[in-house]
Design a protein around this ligand. Sequence first.
Ligand SMILES: NC(=O)C1=CN([C@@H]2O[C@H](COP(=O)(O)OP(=O)(O)OC[C@H]3O[C@@H](n4cnc5c(N)ncnc54)[C@H](OP(=O)(O)O)[C@@H]3O)[C@@H](O)[C@H]2O)C=CC1
Ligand SMILES: C[C@H]1O[C@H](OP(=O)(O)OP(=O)(O)OC[C@H]2O[C@@H](n3cnc4c(=O)[nH]c(N)nc43)[C@H](O)[C@@H]2O)[C@@H](O)[C@@H](O)C1=O
Length: 319
Amino acid sequence: MELDAKIYVAGHRGMVGAALLRRLQRAGYHNLITRTSQELDLRDQAAVEDFFALEQPAYVLLAAAKVGGIMANNTYRADFLYDNLMIQSNVLRESQRQGVRKLLFLGSSCIYPRLAPQPIREEHLLTGPLEPTNEPYAIAKIAGLKLCEAYRAQHGCNFITVMPTNLYGPGDNYDSRNSHVLPALLRKFSEAVALGLPRVPVWGTGTPRREFLHVDDLADACLHLLLHYDGAEPVNIGTGRDISIQELADLLAELTGYAGEILFDFSKPDGTPRKLLDVSKLHGLGWQHSIGLREGITAVLQSAEWQRATARPELNALA
Ligand SMILES: NC(=O)C1=CN([C@@H]2O[C@H](COP(=O)(O)OP(=O)(O)OC[C@H]3O[C@@H](n4cnc5c(N)ncnc54)[C@H](OP(=O)(O)O)[C@@H]3O)[C@@H](O)[C@H]2O)C=CC1
Ligand SMILES: C[C@H]1O[C@H](OP(=O)(O)OP(=O)(O)OC[C@H]2O[C@@H](n3cnc4c(=O)[nH]c(N)nc43)[C@H](O)[C@@H]2O)[C@@H](O)[C@@H](O)C1=O
């Protein structure tokens, strides 16, 4: 991928898209194309056709999607299915029609079967029922992965799919209901410390296990695969280690200095019991993660973004 190649980063304002942009800029790529969703709604087929005809990118990184945690997925089921089907179908189709040299599509660890063998290997996809709370999102993502495979088979497109585990880091979504578990608990514990709250509610039983990768590690892995992987099969991206929600809550309480009570709210869903990724294929391709969980969370808490957002917790800008 030449340093002056025209690279379209779709979803550049999101947590993953912004990390991809930072990583590409740091590597010296200087012909980067971006559009906000206000400038280009990727659900609009005609607008996407016009954009690709005008810009004719050589490479596409598709990090635009409707994304959220377990509650958002289970609440906005139709939006997660429709938006993601439309976004990926339009971008993949125009990438094929405009002869994009290589495209990176982002799947997710949560599209594997609910009770897949652990750690989950790439071949376990579609071998069992999905997790009900995010089935619409998973179906959309699986369709996107299959569309990449189909464009490769029918048109020889070099569209690769990566399967990241749960991510966190700069630019994360901290909305109290729609965010993922790590940013949600980070916000809850920080607010509890600032406001002197005696207890913090954590959803579910605390027994499910999750794997967490810093988004800067993900961006580095994506660039590595863009440069060194041209295969049809998806590639898992993770750390190969997981912790329980209880252990995560204890770690976040420690790092935020929260010493009050942690109350598990059994009325909220647990979701998938476990989704640890087998990352041996990724390691075999020459990449390993470098940011550990404790180190990564500490970096978030020490970031200027976090300091600004939590300066006045009663008016916190983390929403
Ligand atoms: N976060 C995670 O834990 C994980 C994420 N992933 C995948 O990574 C990708 C990015 O996720 P993440 O960065 O967390 O998500 P964010 O919600 O942070 O960012 C999503 C981006 O998509 C853009 N977008 C949404 N709808 C549209 C639309 N209709 N038209 C154009 N752009 C749109 C938004 O653009 P704008 O800001 O301009 O509105 C936003 O910047 C997704 O494919 C997701 O499935 C995979 C595994 C885990
Ligand atoms: C990355 C992946 O992320 C999603 O899957 P998920 O990992 O199950 O989602 P989650 O990050 O929201 O973690 C949920 C787990 O955590 C517990 N939990 C406790 N307390 C809070 C809490 O306050 N908020 C949230 N969200 N969860 C909580 C909750 O009870 C459950 O056990 C997919 O939808 C999909 O979006 C996807 O791609």
